[in-house]
Design a protein around this ligand. Structure first.
Ligand code: ASP
Ligand code: MG
Length: 424
């Protein structure tokens, strides 16, 4: 039998008892005859606690030191999980991201994996060990500095290792039974999806569904690694994230809409009174790219003929708000816009489904469901298989519930069990 990569999230590793429980589960896979490589996240809320600690110590901690601090969380997990496995009579070896050969670019706090050279892992497997790897971290090939992959990045570590090791499957163990049609904390009638395509999962992750890290899904699609998202608290079959072309037609009976995702992590910036000339938008977004800010939605109004001025609004991660505002403020003289507006009381609600391509009327139905729920739409963006709207932050829940019901996604029996985690 081949290699299985398993990843355990922080909520599955909240204390000593759960570390031992996870160790038993890992050993089961080994006993079943697999070579097992395990990626672990930091225990419980450790990462958040470390961030809080840094904030108390320093108002603007250097990004390099922040990465040194945060990678400690995963190192604790890898060592204790390894100890617990050894107590069960199996030999385990833990490795940091750097030791495991996770090579990244040099961007602290949101590094991208550029290569995986898992020589030490392969040797450890050959020697019969269970391998435990600290997730969410790597080492820059250029600067040799330790980096982190961004919040939730352990998923990406797991899939990257699965690809490099040509594993049969990457199992992502979490505190819910799989991927749901909406966040069960908001929609109790959300249903578990048995299968979801890479492209739908990509859109869901990009739209704020926190179940999988976006780059992990990109990686899995590129290398065709099947992901099995499942609970570490039950033995139920979870959700398979796969390429529909790899399964038999009858297995992939597909709903038009896979689910409704929401995101409260964005903010909106409006550049008011931009001269409507060639090159101004390019200049604004080049500036934002220059300070590593990722833009999501963009809307440019038609300029008023009388003034020749237009407004450009866009959304971005809330955490990058001050960086972006600072960079744009320095452009004011050069571009001659009137002012900047910043709004962080917004939320994004997205409807996702591959069936949208071939079914007309989805947009109309979505918008009328929002209207009936009294939700006002601020911005709209679409892809082939997604419609997203920006709404007032305190209308997010109403919008998600309305869309979920309108598209008949509500399960008749409550399926979602949230086993652990604090939802932090
Ligand atoms: N511990 C990191 C975080 O909380 C990485 C992860 O859990 O995947 O974001
Ligand atoms: Mg996670």
């Amino acid at each position: 039998m081949g290699i299985v990569v398993q990843k355990y999230g922080g909520s599955s590793l909240s204390d000593a008892a759960s570390v031992k429980r996870v160790a038993r589960r890992i050993v089961q896979a080994k006993k079943a005859g697999h070579d097992v490589v395990v990626v672990v996240s930091a225990m419980g809320d450790t990462t958040d606690d470390l961030i809080d600690l840094a904030e108390q110590v320093s108002p603007r901690p250097p990004a390099r030191e922040m990465d040194m601090l945060l990678t400690a969380g995963e190192r604790i997990s890898m060592a204790v999980v390894s100890m617990a496995i050894n107590d069960l009579g199996f030999s385990a070896r833990s490795f940091t991201g750097s030791q495991a050969g996770v090579i990244t670019d040099a961007v602290h706090g949101k590094a991208k994996i550029i290569d995986v050279t898992p020589g030490r892992i392969v040797s450890a497997i050959d020697e019969g060990h269970i391998v435990i790897v600290a997730g969410f971290q790597g080492v820059s090939g250029d600067t040799k500095e330790i980096t982190t992959l961004g919040r939730g990045g352990s998923d990406t570590t797991a899939v990257a290792l699965a690809a490099a090791l040509r594993a049969d499957v990457c199992e992502i163990y979490t505190d819910v039974d799989g991927v749901f049609s909406a966040d069960p904390r908001i929609v109790p009638a959300a249903r578990k999806l048995d299968r979801v395509s890479y492209e739908e999962m990509l859109e869901m992750a990009a739209s704020g569904a926190k179940i999988l890290h976006l780059r992990c899904v990109e990686y899995a699609r590129r290398y065709d690694i099947p992901i099995h998202v499942r609970s570490s608290f039950s033995t139920l079959e979870g959700t398979w994230v796969i390429d529909p072309a790899d399964t038999k037609e009858e297995d992939m009976e597909h709903a038009i809409i896979a689910g409704v995702a929401h995101d409260r992590s964005e903010a909106k910036i409006t550049v008011v009174g931009v001269p409507d000339k060639v090159g101004e938008a390019a200049r604004i977004f080049e500036t934002l790219a220059g300070v590593e800010v990722n833009i999501d939605m963009v809307v440019q109004n038609i300029s008023a003929a009388a003034t020749g001025l237009t407004d450009i609004s866009f959304t971005l991660p809330r955490a990058d708000g001050q960086t972006a505002m600072g960079a744009l403020a320095r452009l004011q003289e050069e571009i001659g816009y009137e002012k900047l507006l910043f709004d962080d009381q917004v939320g994004k609600v997205s409807l996702i489904g591959a069936g949208m391509r071939s079914h007309p009327g989805i947009t109309a139905k979505f918008f009328s469901a929002l209207a009936s729920a009294g939700v006002n739409i601020g911005m709209i963006s679409t892809s082939e298989i997604r419609i997203s709207v920006i709404v007032d932050e305190n209308q997010v829940e109403a919008a998600v519930q309305a869309a979920h019901t309108a598209f008949d996604l509500d399960a008749t029996e409550v399926e979602a069990v949230v086993y652990g985690g604090t939802g932090r």
